[in-house]
Design a protein around this ligand. Structure first.
Ligand code: COA
Ligand code: AMP
Length: 636
């Protein structure tokens, strides 16, 4: 194991006496009524943290910093590489905007417990809308802008929001994405009429406004006009166990999982993580180059930096092409970023365009202390490139939408440890990690298995799936009694370092975006020419993985492969969204299946990747594999 030090002591304390450990951490939060105890295990295996405490997350992120003299400090820096525009909000200014927008929401009937869907691009209004919901005790559910109407509709249907906050559109290189037709279509598709209001931020650069839409059942209202007549709202005290947000993520089926986060555990865990993992405190600048539509954006663009009185950068742009591969280094130098957090795919994109990091030499990035990466495994080659170019620690850390904050990390504020390329280092205090074999026993060091976390999970992790405790238990808690199943496989080495090798289910990771192959299969299966299909994740040099579809045509169907491919690609784009990056389609004569009809996707992945594999004993027809070797194997 790693040498006993601060990390080991803290880790042990979190395991031996979680009650004490998390009550101590809770002292960093301003509670309306403080917790007298940490863990409520009365409904195990579903746990609650700080059951008797009350607080307001927005007041902790904004009001208390203004009250303690941080009002003039930068809270949020909006940097749009798309528009060549920047704007800094001090804590006082951000508080004013959030309180007013909370007033707008309240005036349109939103109160504690109501859901609000936020479908916004990377503009300050996204953070303002989230914090305004938190101020009222309302539950936000942010939907990533790259999702199409049908995906938005599925989230509207499940969350049943009272109100939707959106903008005229988003900016992608070379095109604008008009949001309002997507919202209108989603409202039409959703089997619920819960929403009564759509608030629209009209962006100068993108046409489309609330005035373009009339509907007797829904009021379409302009953000700025509503704000101009709003009264600021005060923070509403909520129970620590009340939901702060729902964030939908891909499961193995097409139906997204609504991960629910609470208020109290979330505030405590994120605050603890800022000093201990990220080494960021009041007044220091953190830039998380993700999107507020993902969990990384929720936690480390919006909530965590503000909870500790730091400055967060909200970046609208890409790592390359907006305008060049120096974009990240420009932002670091202009805003004196101390910690940058991005996905390995972004580094690979920069490296491809600028392998010698010539763009980096143009900027003074001396403020940068650490580069954090997550979203997918940091491959050793990208690690070497980034750490040589930047000459700062490049820290891989592993987490999931469900956990909301890192499971494994190199805790830079607690006890920096030697970095081993390919490993996100060690379990973070609070997470009791084990690697189990299929029979449920520990496989020991250096053997691959299913990575699990002993219950209870620490504060800040999911408290359930929205209105679906059954699915929560079925998906995560029922495989191994007493453990949360991460869905990732991997191993630990002799020093206790963890290695995450990839998903053991049908979830794939494309450019740091988590996508369901089951969802894509459902779309392909809807095409009239398709008898059956499988989508698997295959290796992609830049995006880590990309989806690849294999389809069997119905008997008698005669269609040009190019026409079929174009139609299927368009279908996935229309029904899931551009973010799926679905482009590969191969027609095959048959798919390998078990005798009970389950498609052997893992074997297909191994064939495409040219890996050795064992023919599964349950296979219905082994001859299908020989045909696939010849049609989709690496030498095909
Ligand atoms: N709204 C609408 N469309 C979006 C979108 C958004 N917010 N984000 C992406 N898209 C679209 C893109 O325009 C693109 O469409 P196209 O097929 O018409 O070109 C498609 O979705 C795929 O986008 P993307 O995955 O961003 O690929 P890319 O080739 O444009 O860029 C990278 C590649 C690596 C630069 C980019 O994926 C990237 O920056 N990744 C980092 C991801 C990240 O931070 N993830 C967070 C996890 S921590
Ligand atoms: P998401 O819920 O979108 O954050 O995706 C979570 C999944 O991404 C995890 O289950 C992993 O499969 C993968 N992932 C995230 N971070 C890492 C990492 N640092 N190393 C390996 N895999 C990662």
């Amino acid at each position: 194991m790693v040498s006993p030090g601060e990390y080991q002591q803290q880790y042990q304390a979190s395991v031996d006496d979680p009650e004490r450990f998390w009550l101590d951490a809770a002292a960093a939060i301003d509670w309306d009524s403080p917790p007298s105890r940490a863990l409520d295990d009365s409904t195990a295996p579903i746990y609650r943290w700080f059951p008797d405490a009350t607080l307001n997350t927005c007041a902790n992120a904004l009001d208390r910093h203004v009250a303690t003299g941080r009002g003039d400090q930068a809270a949020l820096i909006y940097d749009s590489a798309m528009l060549g525009k920047q704007r800094t909000y001090t804590y006082s200014e951000l508080l004013e905007q959030v309180a007013l927008f909370a007033g707008v929401l309240a005036a349109h009937g939103v109160s504690k417990g109501d859901r609000v869907i936020v479908y916004l691009p990377m503009i300050p209004e996204a953070a303002i809308a989230m914090l305004a919901c938190a101020r009222l005790g309302a539950v936000h559910s942010v939907v990533f802008g790259g999702f199409a109407a049908k995906e938005l509709a599925a989230r509207i249907e499940d969350a049943e929001p009272k109100l939707i906050v959106t903008a005229s559109g988003g900016l992608e290189p070379g095109r604008t994405v008009a949001y309002l037709p997507i919202v209108a279509k989603a409202l039409e598709l959703a089997q619920t009429d819960s929403a009564t209001t759509v608030l629209v931020k009209q962006r100068e650069s993108i046409p489309g406004s609330a005035a373009d839409y009339t509907d007797p059942a829904i009021a379409w209202i302009d953000w700025d006009e509503a704000l101009a007549v709003a009264e600021p709202a005060v923070p509403v005290s909520v129970s620590a166990t009340d939901p702060l947000y729902i964030l939908y993520t891909s499961g193995t089926t097409g139906k997204p999982k609504g991960v629910v986060r609470d208020n109290g555990g979330h505030a405590v865990a994120l605050t603890w993580s800022m000093c201990n993992i990220y080494d960021i405190g009041p007044g220091q600048v953190m830039w998380t180059a993700s999107d507020v539509g993902w969990v990384v954006g929720h936690s480390y663009i919006v909530y965590a930096p503000l909870l500790v009185g730091a400055t967060t950068v909200l970046y609208e742009g890409k790592p390359v092409g907006t305008p060049d591969a120096g974009a990240f280094w420009r932002v670091v130098s202009e805003h004196k970023v101390r910690a940058l957090f991005t996905a390995p795919t972004a580094l690979r994109a920069i490296r491809k365009v600028d392998p010698e990091a010539k763009e980096l030499a143009k900027y003074d990035v001396s403020s940068l202390q650490t580069l954090f990466v997550a979203g997918e495994r940091l491959d050793p080659s990208t690690y070497e490139w980034a750490s040589t170019a930047l000459a700062v620690p490049v820290v891989d850390h592993w987490w999931q939408t469900e956990t909301g904050w890192p499971i494994c990390a190199n805790l830079r504020g607690l006890e920096p440890m030697p970095i081993k390329p390919g490993s996100p280092t060690v379990p973070v205090p609070g997470y009791q990690l084990d690697v189990l074999g299929d029979t449920g026993s520990s496989v020991g060091a250096n053997a691959e298995g299913n990575i699990v976390l002993a219950l209870p999970l620490p504060p800040g992790t999911l408290v359930g799936l929205w209105r679906d405790d059954d699915r929560f238990v079925r998906s995560y808690l029922s495989t191994y009694d007493g453990y949360y199943l991460t869905g990732d496989s991997g191993y630990t080495d002799d020093d206790g370092y963890v290695y995450v090798l990839g998903r053991s289910d049908d979830v794939i990771n494309v450019a740091g975006h988590r996508l369901s192959t089951g969802g894509m299969e459902a779309v392909l299966a809807g095409h009239p020419a398709i008898a059956e299909c499988a989508v698997i994740g295959i290796h992609d040099d830049i995006k880590g993985q990309r989806p690849s579809g294999y389809v069997v045509l119905k008997a008698g169907v005669d269609i040009e492969p190019d026409t079929l491919r174009a139609e299927l690609v368009q279908r996935v784009r229309d029904e899931i969204g551009a973010v799926a990056t679905f482009r590969d389609v191969t027609v095959v004569t048959a798919l390998p299946k078990t005798r009970s009809g389950k498609i052997l996707r893992k074997t297909m992945r191994q064939i495409v990747g040219g890996e050795d594999y064992t023919v599964p004993s349950t296979i219905e027809d082994p001859a299908v594999l020989d045909v696939l070797e010849q049609t989709i194997g690496p030498s095909a």
